[in-house]
Design a protein around this ligand. Structure first.
Ligand SMILES: [Zn+2]
Length: 229
């Protein structure tokens, strides 16, 4: 039998799908595939440690590192590639007592850059003018984290979150502001420890209406003054 990763790739290619670092491939996985991928990855990470000339046999700290890395990638760092989309149950936004204001949710994000596999850590502010359906408040964060737990670029991540919130809520009017620090700027290369990257995606009235955009940005400032003291 072939490698699990090869079998999954064949399924994706057969269906005309894509498997870039930021893509979710959960619908191509069969029962038991995740466990099989962890086994396969463990062997591959053994090769990585060998290539780094680390004595896996005698160094007690490195003995189980290949398996730890394999599990961490599949179940944590890149879980948003292998796990299905979180279920965001929609509730009706009734016409009688309809909520027609702006909602802004702050979501913690942990991600990883697809160029260097270095940590990306930050927050997303998700703003929305609700349409006919509402979703539970925790679902905004669950969806954002599901998008983040992959190999990403911050620009793509902000757009992915916006798209998922639009599709879960049926609202065109969504704004997403992400600010994050990047390990690939802090730990290597320019070693810029205080750099911060901001990306803003505005759709619908967040883009076309200056007052909506201003309210969103003002809300973010209010949230930040609260969180940062
Ligand atoms: Zn990077």
């Amino acid at each position: 039998m072939g490698k699990t990763s090869e079998l999954i790739k064949q399924r994706i290619e057969h269906a005309g799908g894509r498997y870039w670092a930021g893509d979710n491939i959960a619908s191509y996985l069969h029962e038991g595939d995740k466990e099989a991928l962890i086994e396969e990855l463990t062997r591959n990470f053994e090769g990585v440690l060998d290539g780094l000339v680390i004595d896996r046999a005698n160094d007690p700290n490195s003995h189980d590192t290949p398996r730890r890395l394999a599990k961490m990638y599949i179940k944590e760092l890149m879980s948003g590639r292998y796990d299905s989309k979180p279920n965001a149950t929609a509730f009706p936004n009734h016409t009688n007592d309809r909520y027609d204001g702006m909602l802004v949710v702050r979501s913690e994000l942990k991600s990883m850059c697809s160029h260097h596999h270095q940590p990306v850590a930050g927050v997303a502010y998700i703003g929305i003018i609700a349409a006919d359906t509402l979703i539970g408040l925790s679902k905004y964060t669950r969806l954002a984290q599901w998008c983040a737990r992959r190999g990403t670029l911050q620009e793509e991540l902000a757009m992915d979150i916006c798209k998922e919130i639009q599709s879960a809520t049926g609202s065109e009017d969504v704004g997403v502001y992400v600010q994050a620090t990047h390990g690939c700027c802090e730990n290597r290369g320019i070693m810029a420890t205080s750099s911060l990257t901001q990306t803003t995606v505005l759709r619908g009235s967040f883009f076309s209406d200056a007052a909506t955009k201003k309210e969103f940005m003002d809300n973010i400032k209010l949230q930040q003054s609260f969180v940062c003291k």
